[in-house]
Design a protein around this ligand. Structure first.
Ligand code: SF4
Ligand code: SF4
Length: 64
């Protein structure tokens, strides 16, 4: 049986575009669109939780 993939969501209302999630993500899931982080490569997420833990504005949620 295939393992469930983590789901990464950015809450645009909270994101201030600081790049921290993009810098800590080991698999380059995020790209920046101006002042918002966008989940560009969701299939590459390995569920390490770095983005959720490091985001200073609690804008990222990873559901495993
Ligand atoms: S770390 Fe949080 S506030 Fe900063 S760009 Fe990522 S989602 Fe936005
Ligand atoms: S959980 Fe890890 S791999 Fe997935 S988007 Fe966040 S930092 Fe990247």
């Amino acid at each position: 049986m295939e393992k469930k993939k983590p789901v990464v969501v950015v809450n645009k209302r909270y994101c201030k575009g600081c790049h921290i999630c993009a810098e800590f993500c080991p698999t380059s899931v995020f790209v920046m669109h101006g002042f918002t982080a966008v989940v560009k490569n969701p299939d590459d997420c390995i569920g390490c939780m770095q983005c959720e833990l490091r985001c200073p504005d609690f804008a990222v949620t990873v559901t495993q």
